[in-house]
Design a protein around this ligand. Structure first.
Ligand code: PLP
Length: 421
């Protein structure tokens, strides 16, 4: 595949080749209104009496209650803070393929949650393409790929012992003519991660097969083992990262996500053009909340400390996870992810139903709901039949202790049903 235009990175080259003609036209057109608005805003800052008749909203009726549109790429301060956070958290300075000082605001576009970011990326990379998904994947991925005219295909990165098998993955990629991979580590539902060596091998495979890596890193800092990593460090020329404040900063309702890439044309020009026709611009209230949080976090990094807010969140989650794991093990569940002992990150556990429970994962969850003991998600929703995803992040320790008794009651009920014909 070669596009008729010359681009500096495989990321742009690949997207330009895959995208429908209509999107090429959108990206080739410089929108007029944002340019006028930016200039008008700048003049108004210097000349407060400057008359603005460019604005597409009602102003000055209830000034203290009005919420204004922001720029399509997001508020500049937030873009700058996200760039700084990622540069510090994932050590992106002096990495080949990334500017020596790391990412700046031009490498970040703010979106309405990671979900909108993924939807936009799929419109750029998935149209009439086969997109590889990991065998355990967030249930929304398939719809997001299909809505953009793509075809999701599972690429298993692991062998039966859960070790990476890149040769097997390569065969699957070649046989299915896969052009991009949608990755998610730490993983929903299992919390699985890839080691640094494995990320480097994956980058090598992506280069060999000219793949684009769309890396969903919404749980990136919530890691219980090893240092957090971003795929951007390993294959910056062909990686685009999606993340958000939903999980790591506890504000999913604020709908603030971000797309990051080392090629600023992607994030500073293409993404805002796409956002204009998806949601116009991200939520300014949510962005302001995140600005306050990230100011503190970036300040901590710049003073040589760990970011205190997310570190406290991680600590609390780890202790909830500890409790959840001990209960699940005591009740005969085995962890179904890579790590049989303790999940490596994220906010949920994937556990295999005990062998003597002879109903499937969907029936098990139905039973728990019918008895009004607890809710959980059947593993088959994520590609893991006969497993259950227990999300411990939404439960306090008291709730997890109560859940223990509920779980016992549901198991007892399944077992007694088996005995009574
Ligand atoms: C892996 C993964 N990506 C993305 C999302 C959605 O994130 P957001 O709320 O930022 O749209 C979720 C939510 O469950 C998720 O698990």
């Amino acid at each position: 595949m070669k596009s008729e235009r010359a681009f500096n990175t495989p990321l742009l080259e690949h997207a330009w080749t895959c995208m429908p003609e209509g999107i090429r036209r959108t990206l080739s057109t410089k929108p007029i209104i944002p340019a006028i608005a930016a200039q008008a805003k700048e003049i108004a800052l210097r000349k407060p009496d400057f008359i603005r008749s460019d604005q597409g909203q009602i102003v000055g009726v209830f000034p203290d209650k009005e919420i204004y549109y922001g720029p399509s790429a997001g508020l500049e301060e937030l873009r700058d803070l996200v760039g700084k956070f990622w540069t510090n958290a994932y050590k992106l300075k002096d990495r080949p393929g990334i500017p020596p000082e790391g990412l700046n605001k031009k490498h970040v576009a703010i979106v309405s949650g990671a979900t909108e970011g993924l939807a936009i990326l799929m419109h750029l990379f998935a149209y009439r393409q086969n997109v590889g998904l990991m065998s355990l994947h967030w249930s929304n991925y398939k719809g997001i790929i299909q809505n953009a005219g793509g075809n999701p295909i599972v690429v298993d990165l692991f062998d039966e012992n859960y070790n990476t098998d890149f040769e097997k993955a390569e065969r699957c990629i070649v046989e299915n003519k896969i052009t991009s991979l949608l990755l998610n580590f730490p993983n929903n539902p299992s919390g699985d991660i890839l080691s640094e060596e494995e990320l480097a091998q994956l980058a090598k495979l992506a280069r060999k097969k000219n793949l684009i890596l769309i890396s969903d890193e919404v749980y990136n800092f919530i890691r219980y083992k090893g240092e957090p990593q971003s795929m951007l460090s390993f294959a910056p020329e062909r990686t685009v990262v999606v993340s958000s404040a939903s999980k790591e900063y506890l504000i999913p309702g604020a709908r603030v996500g971000y797309v990051l890439a080392a090629d600023e044309m992607f994030t500073n020009s293409w993404m805002p053009n796409m956002i204009r026709s998806f949601s116009s611009s991200p939520n300014t209230l949510g962005q302001n909340i995140l600005i306050e949080l990230l100011r503190e976090e970036v300040n901590d990094f710049e003073n040589g400390r760990s970011p205190r807010i997310i570190t406290a969140i991680k600590k609390e989650l780890k202790s909830r996870c500890d409790l959840m794991i001990s209960i699940l093990k005591e009740k005969g569940f085995m962890l179904a992810g890579r790590d049989k002992d303790f999940p490596s990150g994220a906010i949920s556990v994937l556990a295999r139903l005990p062998e003597d429970i002879q109903i499937d994962d969907k029936a098990f969850v139905e039973k728990a709901l019918e008895l009004e003991k607890f809710s959980a998600v059947p593993g088959s929703v994520f590609g893991a039949p006969n497993c259950i995803r227990f999300g411990y992040a939404g439960m306090t320790k008291e709730a997890i202790l109560k859940f223990s008794q509920g779980l016992q009651d549901v198991l007892d009920s399944c077992r007694s049903q088996r005995r009574d014909p």
